[in-house]
Design a binder for this molecule. Structure first.
Ligand SMILES: Nc1ncnc2c1ncn2[C@@H]1O[C@H](COP(=O)(O)OP(=O)(O)OP(=O)(O)O)[C@@H](O)[C@H]1O
Ligand SMILES: [Mg+2]
Length: 268
């Protein structure tokens, strides 16, 4: 069976989010839908190369947090900083700022979101030509390299409908990586997949983590959270209730809400 644990050879440098210059910083980030406050003053930061898993009960705001980070849902309060770009929720972001932000972030959704009328190769190349202005030859070359890496070069000229869910998700990961993001955001990338197929996707994600990619992964995969991520953040009711080194949070959570959540997940 494919292993999803981190390789036996940990990276030489494990970034310390407190001392390293943060690649992502959230200060008092909030999101209101009408009268309902969904995210409540979230403070969070991460260092380049860190892998953070976000877990927590359904409806706690995990997807909303990712969508606020990439501005699919503009936050209603607080400051978001990615690298050298800071956006204050009180001021509307300009088109140029949003374009800059999108260049820095790659997003992988639960439901793949591939274009059904384009081949696998076209799916991976399209944004490279449109956003990065790469030539078609250059984009296709990069796409083939990435498809090779996720074991799907042979599917390049097929349509996504001919690929399994696990293959489609690996294509979606290649598409995001093709734009050379600084941070990859994953929203439950395996929850639409059979467990066995999900392992193929998790194996690709583990490789990315081992290579030093900065990643935020919203997941229900507790094994991934414990053994691949550096840090686990637990959300409940729109706030971060606990965060810390993965093994500590997963094995010995201090907050009763987290203890309850982890017990419920493990008993399932
Ligand atoms: N566009 C929206 N308008 C109004 N409410 C919303 C909207 N999007 C999300 N919500 C609400 O925000 C809350 C948090 O939703 P979110 O999808 O972020 O939770 P989640 O932690 O990702 O849950 P799950 O584990 O089920 O995916 C929910 O109560 C949801 O109904
Ligand atoms: Mg969600």
């Amino acid at each position: 069976m494919t292993s999803i644990s981190r390789s036996e050879f940990p990276r030489l440098v494990t970034p310390d989010p407190q001392t390293a210059r943060p690649i992502l910083k959230l200060e008092g980030l909030g999101k209101r839908f009408g009268d309902i406050q969904i995210l409540k003053s979230i403070d969070f930061q991460m260092a380049s190369g860190e892998v953070v898993a976000i877990i927590g009960p359904s409806g706690s705001g995990k997807s909303t947090l990712l969508r606020c980070i990439n501005q699919l849902e503009p936050p209603t309060e607080g400051i978001l900083t990615v690298g050298n770009l800071s956006l204050d929720a009180r001021v509307s972001a300009t088109k140029d700022q949003l374009a800059q932000l999108n260049r820095k972030l790659g997003m992988v959704f639960q439901s793949f979101n591939l274009f059904p009328h384009l081949t696998v190769l076209e799916n991976v190349s399209l944004a490279q030509c449109r956003v990065l202005k790469r030539s078609k030859v250059e984009a296709d070359e990069r796409s083939m390299m990435l498809l090779e890496r996720v074991g799907l070069a042979s599917k390049a000229h097929m349509y996504p409908s001919r690929c399994s869910g696990g293959q489609q998700q690996r294509i979606a990961i290649s598409r995001a990586l093709a734009l050379d993001p600084e941070i990859m955001l994953f929203d439950e990338p395996t929850s639409a997949l059979d467990p066995e197929v999900g392992l193929e996707v998790l194996a690709v994600m583990r490789e990315l983590a081992d290579e030093g990619m900065t990643m935020i992964v919203v997941t229900h995969e507790m094994h991934f959270a414990e053994s691949v991520s550096d840090r686990v953040v637990v959300m409940a009711d729109g706030v971060i209730v606990e965060e810390g080194r993965s093994e500590e949070v997963m094995r010995n959570p201090s907050h009763p809400r987290v203890q309850k959540f982890l017990t419920a997940v493990r008993d399932r």
